[in-house]
Structure formats: C-alpha cells, structure tokens
Design a protein around this ligand. Structure first.
Ligand SMILES: O=c1[nH]cnc2c1ncn2[C@@H]1O[C@H](CO)[C@@H](O)[C@H]1O
Ligand SMILES: [Zn+2]
Length: 397
C-alpha cells in the first residue's frame, strides 16, 4: 500500500514502517540519551510556527472579555474555557478548528490587550525553554476597536519586548520575532506585506498567509509575494495542511515561499514499498534537495484530521529521510500544548534521543528569518552547549 492511499484526510503509513519504528522505539527507550520530561523542558528549543491568537492563557481571555464587555465566551471559568478550546478545536476539520479564533480575536482589539497577550506569550514560551521564537498573527483581525494596522504591530512588538524583559527577570533568555500574517480568504495581502516590510529590523522578521486552505490557493496573493521578493524579504506560507500537493507546489514554485507552514502532505509524494524502499516524487525530491523547511505541528494535525496519531504522523518518516523537519506548536491554547509537550509526544512515539531533539532544534534555527550570523551564533553559543550540558548529565548520575 502506498502512502498516498489516504482516506478521509488521514494518511495510511505502511505497516512495515510501524513495525520497524515500534521495534526501534523499544530499543531506544533504554538508550542513555532518551530525555526525561525535565530535560526536555530545560532543553533549548526553537519555535517557528506559533499563532499569537492561538496561545492566550485562558485566564487572560476571561479577564480581557470582562474588561472589554465581550459577552460571547462559551465559559468564564478559565479551566473550563481552556477545555472548551481544546475540545472545540478537536473537530477533524480545519474550517471548524478556525472558528474558535473568533473568541481570542474578539478580546485582542485594544492596545493594552495586545501588549498583554504578546508579553505573556514571550513569558510562557521562555518558561517552557524556548530560546528563539517567531510568533505570527494577522494585523487585519485586530482593527475592530479602532486601531490602525501599524498600531497593532507596535503594540505586539511592545508586548514581546516586555515579555523578553520579564523572562530575563525570571532567569530565562528568549528572543521573539513577529511574522505578519495575511488571511488567505481576504484581499489585504499586499498591504500586510508592505506593513511587514516597513517593520523589518523593527521586530517583524517575515510574512505568512493563513486561514482555510481548500478553495483559497496562495497564488491569489501573488502580488504580495512578488513584492516581498523584490524587497529581498522572507515569507512562509501555510500549505499542505488541509489540502495536498497542488497547494505545496503553488506555494513553492509560483509564490517562492522560503518555508512551508505545515507542508505535512508532502508525504503524498513519497512512496514506501512493501520491502521498505522509498521513492520520492519530483516535488518531494525538490523539497528535500532544496532543504525547504517544514514547519510541522503534530498536535494541531491530529485535531484538524491531517494525521491520525503521533505514531503514524509523517514526521517519523520525514525525519528518517532527512527532510528539513522542524517541530512546532501552531496553537498552544487550542491544542493544550507547548514545545516541551510536542517533543514529549514525539519521544513517546518514536523513541527520540536528545540528539534527535537537537537535530530538530538546529534545523529550526537554521531556518529562522533572522540574519545568518545571528542564527549561527544561536546554534553554536546557545543550542549546542545547551544540549551538550544535558547529554553530559548521565555521566554524573
Ligand atoms: O493551522 C492553521 N492553519 C491555517 N490557519 C491557521 C492555523 N492556525 C491558525 N490559523 C489562522 O491564522 C490566524 C492568524 O494567526 C488565526 O486567526 C487563524 O484564523
Ligand atoms: Zn498555523
């Protein structure tokens, strides 16, 4: 059976792979480099795909709703509200998953709210051991309270700086860059791309498009991507999540995306034979040969129906085939997750070692949109020493 024989939006990975993976997971569970939960939390982590409006603390949503008079929340008890988001997002469809953002966006319409949410985002990521993050949001979704687009960007930037300061005060180091997202069903992509360009070197490191994928091809926003290329600016595109190879192909070959948001359905172009031999189609070969970064988000994929389980998530095969795989949270609130949690799921499913987690982290740092010399310094001076210190712990046990 081929990997592209999928039903109802999920992928069937051949049994031969399951069997082999389970065997190797058993073997590696005894491996001295298998990290504990505490080590995963302390490991330096790099996050490239995280939505600001998908990561609010439930208590903050309740506070902000009370302050602004928003009465649409499905619950005002923070614990119950958190559970509501996770369950409502667990719908098996991207469109239904996206409906939950109406509530978070509703309470993010003032300068104060945006500063607070951004500051808490940086603080929460830092407390989880994230040292570098690119956090995205759609400025056009935060104008209902009368803010102008540039005021939204400045409020979020102020929040990120405040969160970085607070994190430092708590003994954590983090650096956060913003990605400005345009909504793919709307028609403001060029305007948002121009906004991203005018705030480059001022806290904004790139551009993205998001929203429902089926029926909204990225080529609709070609003018925005061509503009950014002319400006030598960088962008990622949500592609290959709820829709398959044509979306990935357009994002890369028509739009010129530097990275793929998700890109998980590249698996449709990879054939694994009964005997375990692997054949890559032209597009999958291109993605691997050109080292196109895949911003994979395992928990999010389980909720939107893009994958069935962690153990059968295509990340296992893509990592084995040395695609430029990165691990991401997508929406921490809707998935009840964080970077440590995503790593824990993968360690549980695939028996990954600290070396594997370092590999994902170095991949992510290499693929970040900050300048090359800074990426290199983050890898050599922060990521590698951090993992080396963790790996050395077993010598003293
Ligand atoms: O996984 C996803 N796929 C596509 N769009 C998404 C995903 N997660 C969030 N958003 C969309 O991006 C907007 C800006 O952050 C969110 O409001 C949500 O509509
Ligand atoms: Zn996303």
């Amino acid at each position: 059976m081929g990997i592209d024989d999928h039903h109802g939006g999920s992928f069937a990975v051949p049994h031969v792979l399951y069997a082999r993976r389970q065997y190797s997971a058993e073997m590696t569970s005894q491996h001295p480099n298998t990290p504990s939960e505490d080590q995963i939390r302390r490991a330096p982590k790099v996050l490239l795909h995280d939505h600001l409006d998908g990561g609010l603390r439930p208590g903050t949503i309740v506070d902000l709703a009370r302050g602004t008079g928003y009465e649409g929340l499905p619950d005002t008890d923070p614990d119950k509200l958190g559970r509501w988001f996770r369950e409502a997002a667990d719908s098996g469809s991207l469109e239904r998953y996206l409906e939950t953002f109406a509530h978070t966006c509703a309470v993010m319409q003032t300068r104060e709210a945006l500063v607070r949410v951004a500051a808490e985002c940086a603080e929460d990521l830092a407390a989880d051991g994230v040292v570098y993050a690119e956090v995205r949001y759609a400025p056009e979704q935060h104008l209902e309270g009368g803010l102008a687009l540039h005021e939204v960007v400045e409020a979020v930037n102020e929040g990120f700086r405040e969160g970085e300061r607070r994190a430092r005060g708590n003994g954590h180091r983090i650096r956060v860059g913003a990605l400005l997202t345009a909504m793919r069903h709307a028609a403001r992509a060029l305007e948002i791309a121009e906004l991203a360009n005018s705030y480059r070197d001022l806290g904004v490191v790139g551009f993205d498009i998001a929203g429902a994928e089926a029926g909204h091809p990225p080529t609709r926003h070609l003018d925005a991507f061509e503009y950014l290329k002319r400006e030598n600016n960088r962008f990622t595109i949500h592609a290959g999540e709820a829709f398959g190879l044509p979306s990935i192909w357009q994002a890369l070959q028509w739009c010129g995306a530097d990275r793929l948001g998700h890109g998980v359905r590249i698996i449709d172009d990879i054939h694994v034979g009964e005997d375990g031999t692997v054949e890559l189609g032209r597009l999958a070969s291109y993605v691997r040969d050109k080292r196109v970064p895949l911003e994979l988000c395992p928990s999010s994929n389980l909720q939107t129906g893009a994958a069935d389980s962690y153990a059968s998530h295509p990340i296992g095969l893509l990592r084995r085939l040395h695609f430029r795989v990165t691990v991401n949270t997508d929406n921490r609130l809707m998935s009840g997750t964080g970077m440590s949690r995503e790593f824990e799921h993968l360690v549980g499913a695939f028996g990954y070692s600290l070396d594997d987690l370092q590999w994902f982290t170095v991949n992510a740092m290499k693929s970040a949109f900050i300048p090359f010399d800074e990426r290199l310094a983050m890898i050599n001076d922060v990521v590698k020493p951090g993992y080396a210190a963790l790996k050395s712990e077993r010598l003293f046990q």
